[in-house]
Write a protein that binds this ligand. Structure first.
Ligand code: SF4
Ligand code: SF4
Length: 282
C-alpha cells in the first residue's frame, strides 16, 4: 500500500507526522519505507539519522545544440511551448531549467542538431536505520521538481515492492504534489483549524477530487482556532483520521529534532488512530 502525506500549505506538520509515524510503525514490526518527496526542501533527514547506503545521481534529458549542421531555421524555438529555446540570428540558446524534456525540438530538427543528453537535476539518497528512508534532493538552481519526484518514487517502488510506502509530499496543490499523489492508494491531507488552514484544505480537496483519489484529513494543532475545518469535513463527507492536540511540548521536541510519540501520550494516541485507519483501508 502507498500513502501520500500532503498538505495544502507548508508548516502544517506533514514531516512531523510522517517521520514519527514511520518510526512508530517500524517499532511495531511493520515493513515501512518513507520517501521525502519535498525535493526542493527535504527536511525529514533532520529527524531520521540513518546510515547512508546508496546515492544515485538523477538526470533528465535536455537538448544540446550542435552548431556544425544547424541551418538556423528556427523551427526548434517555434515548437517549444516552454520558451526553453531561443533562436538568435547567429545561434541557438537553450535554457535547461525551463525545458520539460518533451523531445519535440530534437525530433523536429531537420539536421539532428539538438540531440538529447543527460542533464543532472539532483540526487536520490537511501538511508538504513529503524526503517528504510529515501530522500530526493534537487540541486540548487534546478526548478523541475516533478522528474526527481517521479524518479525517487520509482527507486522506492523497485527496491521495496512489498513495503508500506509513505510519501512525504511537497506542500501546495501544484504539479509536484499531484505527481506525489496520483498513483497512491490513499492521500492524507494535514491541516490546521484556522481560516488559512481551511482555505488551503479546500484547494487540496478540489485537487484530490480532480485526481479521483481517496483521501482523509488530519487536523493538527487542534484547539488553536475554530471548528470550521470540522464543519467543512462533515459537510463534504471527508473522514477526519485524527485530531492532534495543540501542545507546546510537541513544538519543542520538533524544533530539537526529537521523536515526539515516545514522550507525548496524546500524540502517540493520534498515531494509533492513524494506523487503525490505515488498517481499515486494506
Ligand atoms: S531546428 Fe535544428 S536546424 Fe533548425 S535552428 Fe533549430 S537546431 Fe538549427
Ligand atoms: S525538449 Fe521540449 S521543452 Fe525542452 S527545449 Fe525541446 S521543445 Fe522545449
Amino acid at each position: 500500500m502507498t500513502i501520500t502525506i500532503a498538505s495544502g500549505k507548508g508548516g502544517t506538520g506533514k514531516t512531523t507526522v510522517s517521520s514519527n509515524l514511520s518510526f512508530y510503525l517500524a517499532s511495531k514490526g511493520e515493513n515501512v519505507v518513507l520517501a521525502d518527496l519535498d525535493v526542493e526542501e527535504p527536511n525529514s533527514s533532520l529527524f531520521i539519522k540513518g546510515k547512508e547506503v546508496n546515492k544515485e545521481i538523477a538526470y533528465t534529458m535536455k537538448p544540446v545544440w550542435v552548431e556544425e549542421n544547424c541551418k538556423l531555421c528556427g523551427k526548434c524555438a517555434e515548437v517549444c511551448n516552454f520558451n526553453a529555446i531561443l533562436a538568435l540570428p547567429k545561434g541557438i540558446l537553450t535554457f535547461p531549467e525551463l525545458c520539460h524534456s518533451c523531445y519535440a525540438c530534437s525530433e523536429l530538427c531537420p539536421t539532428d542538431s539538438l540531440p538529447m543528453k543527460p542533464h543532472r537535476i539532483g540526487e536520490i539518497t537511501e538511508y538504513e536505520g529503524d526503517f528504510a528512508f529515501v530522500e530526493g534532493r534537487l540541486d540548487l538552481g534546478q526548478e523541475m521538481a516533478v522528474p526527481l519526484i517521479k524518479q525517487t518514487m520509482e527507486y522506492v517502488n523497485k527496491k521495496y515492492p512489498s513495503a508500506l510506502k509513505l510519501w512525504d509530499a511537497p506542500p501546495g496543490t501544484s504539479c509536484p504534489v499531484i505527481e506525489a499523489s496520483k498513483d497512491s492508494d490513499f492521500v492524507v491531507l494535514i491541516t490546521e483549524p484556522t481560516p488559512f488552514g481551511l482555505n488551503d484544505l479546500t484547494l487540496a480537496v478540489e485537487t484530490m477530487r480532480v485526481l479521483n483519489k481517496k483521501f482523509g484529513v488530519i487536523i493538527n494543532r487542534y484547539g488553536v482556532g475554530d471548528n470550521k475545518v470540522e464543519e467543512y469535513c462533515a459537510k463534504e463527507n471527508i473522514p477526519i483520521i485524527t485530531k492532534i492536540k495543540n501542545d507546546k511540548e510537541v513544538a519543542k521536541l520538533y524544533s530539537n529534532g526529537e521523536l515526539i510519540y515516545p514522550k507525548i501520550e496524546h500524540f502517540k494516541n493520534s498515531l494509533d488512530e492513524i494506523i487503525e485507519f490505515f488498517e481499515g483501508l486494506k
